[in-house]
Design a protein around this ligand. Structure first.
Ligand SMILES: Nc1ncnc2c1ncn2[C@@H]1O[C@H](COP(=O)(O)OP(=O)(O)OP(=O)(O)O)[C@@H](O)[C@H]1O
Ligand SMILES: [Mg+2]
Length: 166
């Protein structure tokens, strides 16, 4: 059954993630499908596993193991060197669209890397037209997670068909 999600859409695929490793592996799998200019929006509750999934995206894009992937504490964006550059935004502390604009969000979007955005609800009018939305939700017993994947625009729908669950 398709469930209603943020943005009023329904999930195209729901994948069970038994532990943090599974979250990383799904991130690696998604990275395999990525091209320059792609945007991955990571939604879901506090502690849902968004940063963990960015770690998987980074590994899948070939960012070396020794490069730590953590949420930016100062500033709101981290850049990691991979097969494509990965730009990691965490908008939890963003004050508004003006601050996002000042970080050069538009310039990053045009730079040909992959954008991964935590707390994408805060993008407001800067939300791009095409993206893959990953919503991470806790399972009922709070021990594991479910990833709900939603394709929006571009050719994400056909790319989603090629995802192999971890
Ligand atoms: N599938 C999973 N099952 C159980 N635990 C998981 C799973 N995926 C990630 N975790 C764990 O959940 C915790 C929170 O992960 P993470 O920091 O990635 O969440 P987040 O969504 O980025 O949090 P925040 O909202 O603070 O940004 C970590 O301890 C991580 O190991
Ligand atoms: Mg996080």
């Amino acid at each position: 059954m398709k469930r209603p999600l943020a943005y009023g859409r329904t999930a195209d695929i729901t994948i069970h993630l038994a532990d943090a490793n599974a979250t990383v592996r799904l991130g690696e799998e998604i990275a395999r499908l990525c091209r320059g200019g792609d945007v991955i929006l990571l939604a879901g509750e506090l502690g849902g596993g968004k940063t963990t999934m960015v770690r998987g995206l980074a590994r899948g894009l070939g960012v070396p193991e020794e490069v730590p992937v953590t949420s930016p504490t100062f500033g709101i964006v981290h850049e990691y060197p991979g097969r494509l550059p990965l730009f990691h935004f965490d908008l939890y502390r963003i004050s508004g669209e003006d601050e996002l604009y000042e970080t050069g969000f538009d310039d990053y979007a045009a730079a040909g890397g992959v954008m991964a955005v935590e707390w994408p609800e805060r993008l407001g009018g800067m939300r791009p037209e095409a993206y893959l939305l990953v919503t991470l939700v806790y399972t009922r017993d709070f021990t594991a997670r479910e990833a709900q994947l939603t394709a929006r625009g571009g050719d994400w729908q056909s790319r989603l068909d090629r995802i192999a669950p971890p």
